[in-house]
Write a protein that binds this ligand. Structure first.
Ligand code: COS
Length: 390
């Protein structure tokens, strides 16, 4: 059955997330953007309301929301501010590999930590020399007795400066390409150094840091899943988290559409509100269609996960379409405002700056096309571990 009707519980969750975005996020979003203010209090309130760690199962103390429900929350929060939304949502990215491949002890300890208090965890994959080309990473993890020693540098790490633990990908067999990578849970200690906080174009209220692991020792049991299977774990993680990014992009698009619609009804040129001009109507229509289709693709890619099915291509469709649309919709929103759109006071320019990262993080729009092309031209069967229903 194909049914896009939300249940009463899902509608209530959506409304709660919207109210939170309207009352707690929107009033400070533009001010926090100016100075790049860290939204600690908002994160704590989101955690208290159960709007954080959405997919953490109830058995580890989490809200146990479905992927579709997570997408509903993420769209609303990012309608408020996607920078703050990224700060609230990033635990999901760090927790996903643990959920997929972690041992029961690791799940209880580290996922439990996120459920017990408003703590943060970060996903450390990208390096200065390894962005889209994940397998070219240089961070090393060397086994020494019952420990691993991790050394290397990770960059563009969301919430990196505030995290209590990190999901770190490192080479355990440097000569084996993508088959020589493993993933670990690394608690923050003195050997984990936050080197740099990035000064960004958009999403300025989110923290993006460079993290160096200086011979960081961790117990061997902090290996997630099997040694040398980290690449697959990273890909499976991104399949699960890209619908969330698509939801966030949809939230930004919706905010831009609303602002442009409202302004077009007020702004008078040639003696009528500009909404009366077909040139503007067509722009609004395209913005509305793109926002609507972004949501549908997001929901479908999330619903597949809820059914326990692989969603690689749908996840890339949703992420690619929603983020490219978000860039177009926010750019058009600025255009509807005319010269005023270029002025910070009119607020719409923030959405255009925030939109840009949607086409970059969790795989660029070009990487999504690569995934889509491969899955279309050469569909392949990918074996996933049995625990991959997380
Ligand atoms: N689920 C499970 N396994 C997957 C998978 C998926 N979605 N996609 C690929 N794999 C497996 C393949 O089956 C293959 O397994 P074998 O070792 O058994 O052959 C292995 O992973 C390698 O796959 P592939 O050949 O497709 O890897 P490539 O090196 O060509 O890289 C891309 C693939 C480019 C798609 C990948 O590196 C990628 O997604 N890069 C972007 C990374 C990214 O999003 N960075 C942002 C960081 S998070 S902010």
């Amino acid at each position: 059955m194909v049914d896009f009707t939300l249940t009463d519980e899902q509608k209530a969750l959506q409304e709660m997330a919207h109210e939170f975005a309207e009352k707690e996020i929107r009033p400070v979003a533009w001010e926090y953007d100016v100075d790049g203010t860290w939204p600690q209090e908002i994160i704590e309130k989101a955690w208290e309301l159960g709007l954080m760690n959405n997919h953490l199962p109830e058995e580890y103390g989490g809200p146990g929301a479905s992927y579709l429900e997570g997408a509903l929350i993420e769209e609303e929060i990012s309608w408020g501010c996607s920078g703050i939304g990224t700060s609230i949502g990033a635990n999901g990215l760090a927790a996903a590999p643990v959920l997929i491949g972690g041992s029961e002890e690791t799940k209880k300890k580290y996922l439990g930590m996120l459920a017990e208090a408003p703590k943060l965890a970060s996903f450390c994959l990208t390096e200065p020399g390894a962005g889209s080309d994940v397998a070219s990473m240089r961070t090393r993890a060397v086994r020494k007795g019952d420990k691993y020693v991790i050394s290397g540098q990770k960059c563009f790490i969301t919430n990196g400066g505030y995290a209590d633990w990190y999901t770190v990908y490192a080479k355990t067999d440097p000569d084996a390409g993508h088959r020589g990578m493993s993933a670990f849970v690394v608690p923050k200690d003195d050997t984990v150094v936050v080197d740099k906080k990035e000064d960004k174009m958009g999403q300025r209220a989110s923290n993006t840091a460079t993290i160096t692991f200086n011979d960081t020792e961790i117990p061997a049991e902090n290996l997630i899943g099997e040694e040398n299977k980290g690449f697959k774990l990273a890909m499976m993680t991104l399949d699960r988290t890209r619908p969330g990014v698509a939801a966030m992009a949809t939230g930004i698009s919706r905010a831009a559409l609303e602002m442009a619609t409202e302004y077009s009804k007020e702004r008078v040129q040639f003696d009528v509100p500009i909404a009366m001009h077909q040139a503007i109507q067509f722009m609004i229509a395209d913005m509305a269609t793109k926002t609507h289709l972004s949501r549908l693709a997001t929901w479908q890619s999330a619903a597949l996960l809820d059914q326990g099915r692989r969603n690689t291509i749908e996840s890339s469709h949703a992420k690619r379409f929603a983020s490219d649309s978000c860039m177009e919709v926010t750019t058009d929103a600025v255009q509807v405002f005319g010269g005023y759109g270029f002025i910070k006071e009119y607020k719409v320019e923030k959405l255009m700056r925030d939109a840009k990262i949607m086409q970059l993080y969790e795989g660029t729009s070009q990487i999504q096309r690569l995934v889509i092309a491969r899955e279309t031209l050469l569909p392949r069967h990918i074996e996933e571990p049995a625990a991959a229903t997380a």
